[in-house]
Design a protein around this ligand. Structure first.
Ligand SMILES: [Fe+2]
Ligand SMILES: [Fe+2]
Length: 165
């Protein structure tokens, strides 16, 4: 692997994290009553996401949609079979409750993502019928089609779910 490839991977990871971090910071600034600082964090988050995507493209990390679905399935599958089970066990052993809940929520939702991606890969059709997706704002549970009732992962009421545009 060339030094540039190593650099691109490091920069992609760093910019991706900065984008998420600034999004969380923006929400906090809103809560603390600093709307202008919140906006600055959102602006920087948007820019970091652009940097991350540029780095990923330079890495050759964006393929055709069929390739991307396969990449996404592999990533979700790794999280569900290897990454999160280990992390759930570690955080349980160390009594880290917040981390344990965060890992468990993600573990449950990644299973859904893998299934949704597999379905999409098996039913690739530019004229596929319209489908709505809803996401739980607390745990990220992702649902295809109108959602009613409570989140099966974290119990949040369905009315609070975010509709994906
Ligand atoms: Fe996922
Ligand atoms: Fe949830």
């Amino acid at each position: 692997m060339s030094k540039t490839t190593v650099d691109l991977k490091e920069a992609f990871a760093g910019e991706s994290q900065a984008g998420r971090k600034y999004t969380a910071f923006a929400k906090k600034a809103e809560e603390e009553g600093y709307p202008q600082i919140a906006k600055l964090f959102r602006a920087a988050a948007m820019a970091e996401s652009i940097h991350a995507i540029n780095h990923l493209k330079a890495l050759g990390g964006v393929g055709t949609t069929m390739e991307n679905l396969k990449t996404a399935i592999a990533g979700e599958n790794y999280e569900v079979t290897t990454m999160y089970p280990g992390m759930i066990a570690d955080s349980e052993a160390e009594g880290e409750k917040k981390a344990n809940t965060s890992f468990k929520w993600a573990f449950e939702v990644e299973k859904v993502h893998e299934a949704l991606y597999r379905y999409a890969l098996e039913h690739m059709d530019p004229n596929a019928p319209a489908v709505e997706y809803y996401v739980c704002p607390i745990c990220g549970y992702t649902h295809a089609g109108k959602f009613e009732g409570k989140c099966p992962v974290c119990n949040t009421p369905g009315e609070k779910f975010l509709k994906v545009e």
